[in-house]
Structure formats: C-alpha cells, structure tokens
Ligand binder design. Structure first.
Ligand code: ES4
Ligand code: ZN
Length: 326
C-alpha cells in the first residue's frame, strides 16, 4: 500500500534496540559452531518454537541463553554489523543501541572485547552507509546496584565511545529507585540516562525513573496511560517514549496489535517513537513494526511522518543534526 511505501522511504532513527536481541538464529548457529558452544536448539525450527513467550521474564530466560554464543571481538562486530546492514535496508539513518555488558562480563568476556567489537562495526557502518550512532550501556536491573557500579567502573576507560546508560531486564520487583546512586554517578560522568519503565511495571516506576534517575528518555512507558498526571507531565516535558509494538505483542503486554495504545499516545500529545526492541526474537525490524502497527490501528500518513520525525527529535544528536534530518 501507499502507507507501506511511505514507511519504507521515510528516513528513520532507531532508539530502542538491544544488540543482543538482534542475534538471528542463523548467526547464533554459526557462532555456536565457530566457538564450540552448545546451545539448546538443533534447528531454526526449534528456535522458532521456543520463541513463544508469555511474559518479559519468559523471554529473558531465552535471551540470556542466546547471548552465550558471543565470545570474541569478531562475534560482537559481526552481530552489530548484521543489525546495521539489515536496518540500512529499512532506510534507518541513525541508531542509538543498547548492549548488556553484564551478560558478557559475568561469563568471563572482557568488557573491552564487547565494546571494541561493537564500536568497530558502528564505525564501519558510518563509513559504508553514513549511519550515525550512539551506544548505551544497560545495567541489568535483576542484579544489584553494586554490580551496576562495577560495570560503570569498567566503562570508565571507554567513555569516548559510550554515550549513555540504560536500565533493562526483569522490571517487576526491581524499581528504578534501586539504581538511584549509580544513575547519579553516570550523570556526573556526562552520560545520557534512559530506563525501561512501565513495560510491565506500574506507573509509579515511571515516576521514579523521572524523579530519581533523571532520565532523558523513557523506554516503553506504556503503563503511563493509567495515570493522567503522568501523561500530562510526559507531554509537558516532551519526554520521548521508545515504544516497541511487536515486542509488546510478543511479550503479552497487549493481547492483539489492534489494542496497541500508540495512536492514543500520539493523540494525547506524547512524543512516541516506533522501535523493534529485540527484532530477532519478536519477528520484525523497524519497518515491520511500522507496517504492522499502521495496519492494525490505522495510523494516518501524518501520524507515520510524525513518528519518524519523533525518532530524530528524541535522539541524542545535536540540535543542528536533528534539524538536518527533519
Ligand atoms: C528487553 Cl523487551 C526488554 N525489556 C527489558 N529488558 C530487555 N532486555 C532485552 N530486551
Ligand atoms: Zn527493551
């Protein structure tokens, strides 16, 4: 359709993408073989059957198994390059990607191996396709704040390549307030701050992310809609929300894509964006998220253009760089 053609030709930024969540089954098998690692799947078919999730935790349990095949700097390079090559086809011009260093350092992989592999691919993609990027280190919220501090310490000598910190993994029972001090320390280092909040967690977690973590951007934020005061604040502050429709569907945050609140968010004046989250696990890169959401909830041409513009407005590019993309 003409809306699909519009989606495909619009320049876009992706602001919510876990690099480890872009590990496609084919590359997982290749890296498992290359590194002599056992994985609990024999075929791509097995994998697709296993990717039938009932909750965020149900997904995370498999996500942490998948990333065990990532060992060498070349593995992190190949993972990152495969993602960038794929979204180049979707006319993505800028990415702000997450990585989960604790998922690797806790298995004995050096922090530098992870960062050097990722950044060599980010550099190559800028050279090859002009895709610009920012890199965001996420703390795993099911681990302690002390462990997050240790990770921030490891990042200290790579701050020329790390632009921000985020907060991801199991939300329920791990409120933003648990990470107040490490986010304050990251702010002092000049890092941008984002956090997953209100994906499964209550509106109170979003209030905490705003007030205690001083976030610059909100990842997901779906459950803000339960709290009118919060909606008013997010609109007033023009807080960018990185919404992930196919993720929401696959993690049972919504029952049907037709029930997705994205249109409501836009109509309430919220600065929502569309993102893919963990595309290898949730069945679609950014354009597929746009197309399926547009079809399911009837996004208009104007709304699609607004969502694409919001992706640049909500980025951590300089104002003049943002303007050049609008
Ligand atoms: C994640 Cl969808 C989602 N939520 C929280 N943490 C994550 N890590 C990777 N994907
Ligand atoms: Zn996420």
């Amino acid at each position: 359709s003409s809306l699909h053609a519009l989606i495909e030709r619009l320049p876009k930024a992706e602001l919510h993408l876990h690099l480890e969540g872009s590990l496609e089954p084919e590359l997982m098998f290749e890296l498992a073989r290359r590194n002599g690692i056992e994985i609990p799947f024999a075929t791509v078919e097995d994998i697709h059957k296993a990717y039938d999730f009932s909750s965020l935790q149900d997904f995370l349990d498999i996500y942490y198994v998948g990333m065990n095949v990532l060992i060498t700097q070349a593995d992190f390079h190949d993972l990152t390059m495969a993602y960038l090559a794929r979204v180049h086809e979707d006319n993505v011009r800028h990415v702000e990607v997450f990585f989960d260093p604790q998922g690797h350092t806790d298995r004995g992989i050096a922090f530098a191996t992870v960062v050097n592999g990722i950044t060599s691919a980010l550099d190559a993609a800028e050279e090859k396709w002009g895709i610009t990027s920012k890199l965001i280190l996420c703390f795993l919220r099911h681990l302690s704040e002390e462990a997050a501090f240790e990770t921030l310490e490891m990042a200290a000598e790579h701050l020329d390549r790390i632009d921000g910190v985020g907060l991801d993994s199991s939300e329920l029972g791990h409120p933003p307030s648990k990470f107040r001090q490490v986010f304050a320390a990251a702010g002092t280092l000049g890092l941008m701050r984002v956090a997953h909040a209100g994906e499964e967690g209550p509106p109170e977690y979003i209030h905490e992310a705003l007030d205690m973590l001083e976030i610059d951007r909100l990842d997901h934020g779906n459950r803000a809609l339960e709290d009118g005061t919060l909606v008013a604040r997010l609109g007033r502050e023009q807080m960018t929300m990185t919404v992930c429709p196919l993720s929401n569907l696959r993690l049972c945050v919504i029952d049907r894509l037709e029930d997705h609140p994205l249109k409501t968010m836009l109509s309430l004046g919220l600065r929502a964006t569309i993102n893919s989250d963990d595309p290898a696990y949730f069945g679609g890169y950014i354009n597929e998220n746009f197309r399926r959401t547009a079809d399911a909830i009837g996004l208009t041409e104007a709304e699609i253009i607004e969502l694409a513009k919001n992706s640049f407005r909500g980025s951590f590019l300089e104002p003049a760089e943002i303007e050049a993309h609008l």
